[in-house]
Ligand binder design. Structure first.
Ligand code: SF4
Ligand code: SF4
Length: 209
């Protein structure tokens, strides 16, 4: 007598039941685990020390060499300049042509950090800010040269632009506005850095804005 179909029938039932039990065992474990709810944005989000958020860009050190753009696997860095730029060894800042555009399209960016390592002047970094929202794809393109005109190195998420910020966000905002993440010869000299940022855009531009 051929008992193949009968055996298959019971094997299928056994496999269905056993795989459901395996899945349910994992679900049950979490049913009784302690729930952890983070009251963001009132409480700071738990971010790992090596978290890769929006880039921060030090325009005053950028020589517009395009190495970051060439290393980007999705071609989402756009650079335009009026001429070559070179680092002055004494001051540690770049001089020469002007930066007319440095932009990153975050609709494409994978936060892989492959653009960071090739930079010869170490002026592009992965920052720790997150939460970029917008209504169009164009909103996802961050014009770092425009930010630099306002003295910013990194885009400010919407929550950071509010007046009434929780303490942790206020602290993080202060650090960014004081260029607390930049470590070079201009460390501790925010006003001088601000002036160099403006010079990279247009030496004739007043430093106020
Ligand atoms: S993090 Fe990766 S994808 Fe994003 S700009 Fe850099 S190289 Fe390109
Ligand atoms: S690799 Fe560095 S110096 Fe060269 S264009 Fe990119 S950010 Fe500027």
């Amino acid at each position: 007598m051929n008992d193949g179909p009968v055996r298959d029938y019971f094997r299928n039932i056994w496999q269905t039941v056993s795989t459901i039990l395996v899945g349910m065992r994992i679900s049950l474990k979490y049913c009784f685990a302690k729930t952890v709810t983070l009251q963001y944005p009132d409480v700071a989000p738990a971010i790992a020390p090596r978290y890769r958020g929006f880039h921060f860009y030090e325009i005053e050190k950028c020589i517009a060499c395009d190495l970051c753009a060439k290393a980007c696997p999705v071609d989402c860095i756009y650079i335009e300049k009026t001429g070559p730029r070179k680092i002055d060894k004494e001051t540690g800042v770049a001089a020469g042509g002007l930066m007319t555009r440095y932009a990153i399209d975050y609709a494409k960016c994978m936060f892989c950090a492959l653009c960071v390592d090739p930079c010869p002047t170490e002026c592009i970094h992965m920052g720790n800010l997150h939460d970029l929202s917008g209504y169009t794809r164009e909103d996802m393109i961050v014009e770092f040269t425009e930010l630099a005109k306002d003295g910013l190195q990194t885009p400010q998420p919407l929550w950071m632009q509010k007046d009434d910020l929780p303490e942790w966000a206020e602290k993080r905002k202060r650090e960014w506005l004081a260029y607390g993440h930049s470590t070079d010869k201009l460390t501790g000299k925010p006003e001088q850095r601000r002036q160099e940022m403006v010079k990279a855009l247009d030496p004739a531009r007043p430093t106020g804005k």
